[in-house]
Design a protein around this ligand. Structure first.
Ligand code: ATP
Ligand code: TZE
Ligand code: MG
Length: 283
């Protein structure tokens, strides 16, 4: 049994506006342990959105810094032995310090070594697991047809896997044309769909990686479900508006950063589109 919850959608709509204001006011320091493809784009997206990025990923400093930063992102895109050690140290330190952290299990479905690392990191209780649908399905053990870093599954098909992963974290996000997010709203398992964005977003590498970093930034200023929705909503609105002005990936990527920077209460009011479904049992 499942039911649309319009009141919850309105509450979350207002909470997203509040979270956006809190992000601007507090400029959270976000430690990113991420892949080599994503670093520069991710840092620029965090800066444009109002957060402060720090790519501290060496074994000597990663653990210490996780205790200092406001939030942590761990992204498994191009893991080396040494970077994985930093991930272990940082995840443990974040857990110890009660800091929010986000796991992006890139490629977890298709590559067994990193899949095992992602599973190992779950012991440190990430606040959010964010990935594309194939990664969410792969990490949950419910299977996926993933071939590489891009998804070969639809977000809706990842909802049972996302619900399964809620045993390890507070919220799970599966991105795509319509983002499907799960968490608990008033203690009930709940699905939130975020509409918007552009088909140019997956044509720019590391867009999903940068989304994971923005989820971490929002986790520093809002409770987990609101933070997860706020980050996805920011991407959905900025992506939609950037695509109205640019029709190809290169100029779109620049416009997307600009739209994140320009996001404000009025734009959220006008463009945010979410729906909320309370789930009694998996759909
Ligand atoms: N077809 C689409 N239409 C609209 N928005 C999309 C579409 N595909 C992806 N997005 C948006 O792009 C962003 C990244 O999602 P995507 O699923 O491409 O992540 P990803 O595969 O993890 O990316 P990467 O690993 O390349 O960083 C999200 O904000 C998502 O909503
Ligand atoms: C292309 C690529 N390869 C490993 S990570 C990454 C960035 C987007 O997933
Ligand atoms: Mg990804």
């Amino acid at each position: 049994m499942a039911g649309s919850n319009r009141q919850a959608a309105e509450v979350l709509h207002n909470a997203v506006i509040q979270a956006h204001g809190a992000l601007q006011a507090r400029t959270p320091l976000v430690q990113c342990i991420t892949n080599v493809v994503s670093s520069n784009y991710m840092a620029n997206i965090l800066l444009a959105a109002g957060a402060s990025p720090a790519m501290v990923d060496n074994t000597q400093e990663a653990g210490l810094f996780a205790g200092v930063a406001d939030a942590l992102l761990i992204n498994l895109g191009t893991p080396t032995d040494s970077q994985v050690e930093s991930m272990r140290l940082a995840a443990a330190a974040a857990q110890q310090a009660g800091k929010p952290w986000v796991l992006d299990p890139i490629g977890a479905g298709g590559l067994p070594w990193r899949g095992a690392i992602a599973l190992e990191l779950l012991q440190h209780r990430p606040t959010t697991i964010r990935g594309n649908p194939s990664e969410i399905k792969g990490l949950s053990g419910l299977g996926s047809g993933a071939r590489g870093m891009d998804s070969s599954d639809e977000p809706e098909s990842a909802v049972p896997a996302a619900l399964e992963l809620l045993r390890h974290c507070r919220t799970v996000g599966a991105s795509g044309a319509v983002d499907h997010l799960v968490g608990h709203y008033e203690e009930r398992p709940t699905l939130i769909r975020v509409y918007g964005g552009s088909c140019l977003q997956p044509r720019v590498t590391a867009t999903g990686c940068a989304l994971g970093a923005l989820v971490a930034a929002y986790q520093a200023v809002a409770e987990p479900l609101v933070a997860t929705v706020a980050a996805h909503a920011s991407f959905a609105i900025a992506g939609k508006l950037a695509a109205e002005r640019h029709a190809a990936p290169g100029s779109f990527a620049v416009a997307f950063i600009d739209e994140l920077y320009a996001l404000d209460e009025a734009r959220i009011q006008q463009h945010l589109r979410i729906d909320v479904t309370s789930l009694v049992s998996p759909p």
